[in-house]
Write a protein that binds this ligand. Structure first.
Ligand SMILES: *Cc1c(COP(=O)(O)O)cnc(C)c1O
Length: 218
């Protein structure tokens, strides 16, 4: 099936409260344009340089999301235009995003990436570390950053129950911390990829990040 058919089919299956983020990493701008012309406006990239190049080359009403690990020295390149950073995984990064947001007179929306899998390679805060940040007045400390919710990646496993439990733990964490989240009625829970998005939605995801099921294997 074509990219545009994949986009339309995915959207038909999603409940209205769930946003589809099309993960376009490694894919050419032509593929992104095809998705865009099918009505897709949210795209996710995991590398700053690729994100910047695509931003420059593509229509300006695209909402660009960063979903990969972000180094503090690269925040300045995306601060002027990024729509949502899903992958905040250190306090140092929050500080830097706030600093660059002030410079471009923007409020930058972010998610705290929470480590819910049992794989050692994944970035993210533990629940305890995220608690510390949320309980230390982030709105006052980082006035140009808006913490809108959380992002998590489940373990890459065939065990559906394990995936479900991991997603559920993030949903419970959100419920517990809603008062510390900006606009808690519209808090964002970014969870679910091509292999596990159905479980993620059942467990309360509000944003799924689909790459290969829309654009084909990388
Ligand atoms: C690549 C990537 C995705 C998309 O993965 P698919 O399995 O291709 O859907 C989602 N989230 C993150 C953080 C990624 O890096």
């Amino acid at each position: 099936m074509s990219i545009s058919e994949n986009i339309l089919n995915a959207k038909k299956e999603l409940p209205p409260e769930v946003t589809l983020l099309a993960v376009s990493k490694t894919k050419p701008v032509e593929d992104i344009l095809e998705a865009y012309h099918a009505g897709q406006f949210d795209f996710g990239e995991n590398r700053v340089q690729e994100l910047e190049l695509k931003y420059k080359a593509l229509p300006k009403d695209i909402r660009w999301h960063l979903i990969g690990h972000l180094q503090t020295n690269k925040v300045k390149f995306i601060a002027p235009f990024v729509h949502l950073i899903h992958s905040v995984d250190s306090e140092k990064l929050l500080y830097e995003i706030n600093k660059e947001a002030v410079k471009c007179n923007r409020i930058i929306s972010v998610l705290l990436q929470i480590y819910i899998a049992d794989e050692e390679t994944k970035f993210g805060f533990s629940f305890e570390e995220a608690d510390l940040i949320l309980n230390a007045n982030p709105k006052t400390k980082y006035p140009n950053v808006r913490i809108q919710g959380f992002m998590g990646m489940a373990t890459n496993t065939e065990n559906q129950n394990k995936i479900r439990e991991e997603f559920n733990s993030l949903k419970q964490f959100l419920l517990k911390n809603e008062s510390a989240i900006d606009n808690s009625q519209s808090a964002i829970l970014s969870m679910g990829m091509s292999s596990d998005w159905k479980i993620a939605i059942q467990e309360g995801s509000t944003m799924i990040r689909l790459g290969s099921s829309l654009f084909g294997t990388r």
